[in-house]
Design a protein around this ligand. Structure first.
Ligand SMILES: *Cc1c(COP(=O)(O)O)cnc(C)c1O
Ligand code: SF4
Length: 367
């Protein structure tokens, strides 16, 4: 494959409101209005995968008038800007940072958590990259850098390599991670040249983003295989979305299919409270139902963490179905994946005994 062929495909993306409206038979005025709020773009490759108006792939990328109707939700639901010492860095956890290096994506997800910044050059600007590197260099506690955006693979190989090289020169940076949706939106971006370049900067992890089994095509499998063959461990992040994957059977198929292309499911995110995305949000009970339909019913490798990124900047909090039925001094009563109860005998030193059975839900905080 020629080096610039992905760029040529990208150029043929559906971009202008007129094109989008024409392609999907929508009102151009409405599309124009929505595009003013959040950029619209769909690669020809992904547009081709859409089979019907309103299907799971359509809903992710085609602008919906519902985006304008909702008054609730925040521009910055995770309060990332409060944890942002320089514009390109979000430093929330003790030992790792998010490093935003590109404002562009190949296609724009209508539910994007970072839509206040993504698609906007003034928000994520190349001149901020240097400040980000300086920040990481000055903070020796940062041992893990998550390169994100936007999509970092919107940068050309040379620009990206420059950043990777600078990061690798910082002694306290132990691991690099790269978050990208390219294997899903524009798998042609993953070239042998890119894989050979990335390979030089190990230990490097790549987290991809697939939300539906139909997104895993022959082309995306080829892209992922190039990365995996370069020794890059692959993880996947999925957003739980109404009308896309809020169905245990769909989610199970997605997780199983990811393993067949050597991608280990990492997170399922409860949809964030982003302004203009309420039509995508499910209940948390739906997420718990999905997790219960995975654990035990399929490979443990196929079971990611289900997390809520707490509004206000609390970070990712895991939500786990309750498998602990009750606890006493002598025993735990456990519920297995199929709902059957089992007893695990417990050994507890006498002085710690509480002498009563405490149902888990009502268990008092232990001091
Ligand atoms: C998700 C996230 C990370 C990485 O979290 P892990 O659980 O280590 O994958 C780091 N910083 C921010 C701000 C994040 O949102
Ligand atoms: S690819 Fe990621 S950053 Fe880009 S629009 Fe989608 S969710 Fe947002």
């Amino acid at each position: 494959m020629e080096e610039d062929s992905w760029q040529r495909i990208l150029k043929r993306s559906l971009k202008s409101p007129e094109e989008i409206a024409h392609f999907f038979d929508l009102d151009p005025e409405k599309v124009k209005k929505i595009a003013r709020n959040f950029r619209v773009q769909i690669t020809p490759y992904y547009a081709e995968l859409i089979k019907a108006k309103g299907d799971a792939l359509y809903r992710q990328v085609v602008p919906d008038p519902a985006e304008l109707e909702e008054a609730d939700g925040a521009a910055d639901p995770l309060s990332e800007d409060e944890d942002s010492p320089v514009p390109s860095i979000v430093h929330r956890y003790p030992d790792r940072v998010l490093f935003l290096v590109s404002h562009l994506c190949a296609s724009y997800c209508r539910f994007c958590t970072r839509k206040r910044k993504v698609g906007d050059l003034s928000q994520i600007h190349p001149r901020h990259i240097e400040d980000g590197i300086d920040y990481i260099r000055a903070h020796s506690e940062v041992r893990d850098v998550i390169i994100s955006g936007g999509d970092p693979l919107m940068l050309g190989d040379r620009r990206l390599e420059h950043i990777l090289k600078l990061l690798r020169e910082i002694p306290h940076v132990e691991i690099l991670r790269l978050g990208t949706r390219m294997p899903c939106y524009l798998p042609q971006r993953i070239t042998p040249e890119l894989a050979a370049m990335l390979k030089k900067y190990h230990p490097l992890y790549v987290n991809v983003h697939f939300n539906h089994p139909d997104e895993i095509t022959e082309e995306s499998a080829r892209a992922l295989s190039l990365l995996a063959d370069a020794g890059i461990p692959l993880g996947n992040q999925t957003v739980l979305l109404k009308g896309v994957n809020d169905d245990p059977a769909v989610m199970k198929k997605l997780m199983q299919k990811l393993l067949t292309v050597r991608v280990r499911p990492y997170y399922i995110y409860q949809a964030d409270c982003v302004k203009g995305t309420a039509h995508f949000r499910t209940t948390v009970e739906k997420g718990i139902e999905i997790m219960q339909a995975l654990r035990g019913w399929t490979s443990g490798m196929a079971v990611p963490y289900y997390v809520i990124d707490a509004p206000g900047g609390g970070g990712k909090i895991p939500i786990v179905p309750n498998y602990l039925h009750s606890v006493s001094d002598e025993q735990l009563v456990l519920r297995n994946y199929a709902g059957e109860l089992f007893v695990y005998p417990q050994v507890r030193p006498k002085k710690e005994r509480r002498q009563r059975i405490v149902p888990c839900a009502a268990a008092p905080p232990q001091s």
